[in-house]
Ligand binder design. Structure first.
Ligand code: NIG
Ligand code: FE
Length: 391
């Protein structure tokens, strides 16, 4: 699909009233009621919905450069994770140690600099996960830091509680779920820190039965769910996510056509994360054709995290989704706008239409395909967040 799939209007006008889009269409059709609005010409620049990064772990301590070196020396992501890490080693648990040790102030400072990199590329909504605490205090600390990003920057932040991210070293997985993960979720929710509940369903993390217990709690609390599923193997995470009517199933490299049918039936978005696929040398690409055939909406995110995806560019994620997974630039843009909004349960962003929140990105580009085509090129001209020009 090319060109027309974008719904592009040439020589368009967008009327913005307060924080919302009041009207959009060809400039020559602009209704008279908007004639006395103050005007801002954009010299024919491309305007898209503000981009949405629907999957990040930008609140974390430390980095995993050593793990990168280990992978270059031949170790796989899974082997490193199973070896259990420790500071010098690697794996999610090494980031857990670094995040537990980091002060809230340091975590916020580093998270803000990551948020700034996304914002500089036209991002207006960022999803941020916990999951590097695996104890009550650090999980709550991560979520507070995520909320603080939105207080300090013109960007919307949605939080996902990812207590079931990795098995902590101190106890077995079932004890962890019952004594730490579920009570912390309840507490974080009571403090208004949780927009959705996530998990990592994988041989190196939690089983479908264990994730189901976390999802049952989410249902009890009235929170939507999403899941890291079928990233390294197929153990039934995608089917589980569909059964719970999840907002999204993320990674999904090892999902099958049957999984795709289940996602389509549930209306669950498949979130594709080419940064992780690339960084851990994965060779199995997600079943994009099956997603298309079944009508599964596809979103694209950075998965920005220190281990499997140290990728700080949503535009590069779009490019990679095309070159590595075969998405069209039309699908890549839908993946960071309309479908990314859906993966977060948002209906007021991701499109430009009357009544929508006026979150927009203005580009030094004429053709929307340019956003996916460039590699390390940032054509952003400006952003508008909730109707206001935003730095
Ligand atoms: O989305 N898959 C699980 N979690 C992260 C990786 C976290 C890490 O390696 O630190 C991901 O890829
Ligand atoms: Fe992730």
């Amino acid at each position: 699909m090319t060109g027309s799939g974008y719904g592009l209007i040439s020589d368009a006008a967008i009327a913005i009233q307060d924080a919302s889009v009041a009207w959009v269409g060809p400039r020559s059709n602009l209704p008279a009621e908007y004639a006395d609005f103050s005007r801002r010409g954009l010299d024919g620049r491309l305007v898209t919905p503000g981009l949405i990064d629907c999957h990040t772990h930008i609140v974390h301590g430390g980095n995993r450069a050593r793990e990168f070196e280990m992978r270059l020396e031949g170790a796989s992501y899974e082997e490193i994770a199973r070896a259990g890490g420790g500071r010098a080693g690697g794996g999610i648990v090494s980031t857990v140690s670094a995040t537990r040790e980091a002060s809230e102030e340091t975590l916020l400072k580093t998270a803000l600099s990551r948020a700034d990199a996304l914002i500089a590329e036209g991002v207006t909504t960022i999803e941020v996960k916990s999951g590097y605490g695996l104890d009550r205090d650090t999980e709550l600390k991560m979520l507070r830091v995520a909320r603080a990003i939105a207080a300090q920057r013109p960007v919307r932040v949605l939080t996902s509680f990812l207590g079931a991210h990795a098995k902590p070293k101190e106890m077995d997985a079932d004890t962890y779920i019952d004594t730490i993960c579920l009570p912390t979720l309840q507490e974080a929710h009571a403090e208004g820190l949780v927009d959705a509940v996530d998990g990592f369903c994988e041989g190196i993390a939690f089983s479908p039965d264990q994730i189901a217990r976390v999802f049952d709690k989410a249902v009890e609390l009235g929170l939507p769910v999403k899941l890291h599923a079928e990233q390294l193997s197929n153990i039934g995470g995608t089917a589980l996510a569909a059964r719970y009517g999840a907002l999204s199933a993320d990674h999904v490299e090892y999902a099958t056509e049957t999984d795709a049918e289940a996602l389509a039936q549930a209306g669950t978005v498949a979130v594709l994360l080419p940064g992780a696929y690339y960084a851990i040398n994965e060779t199995q690409a997600p079943p994009v054709d099956a997603f298309r055939k079944c009508g599964v909406p596809m979103a694209v995110g950075t998965d920005w995290n220190p281990g499997s995806s140290p990728l700080g560019s949503l535009l590069l994620a779009m490019n990679m989704s095309c070159t590595l997974f075969g998405l069209t630039p039309v699908e890549a843009l839908a993946g960071t706008t309309r479908n990314a909004a859906r993966a977060l349960g948002l209906s007021d962003v991701g499109t430009i239409a009357p009544g929508q929140r006026a979150d927009l990105a203005v580009w030094n580009a004429a053709d929307p395909a340019e956003l996916s085509y460039g590699i390390g090129i940032n054509p952003l001209y400006s952003r508008i967040v909730a109707g206001r020009e935003a730095p």
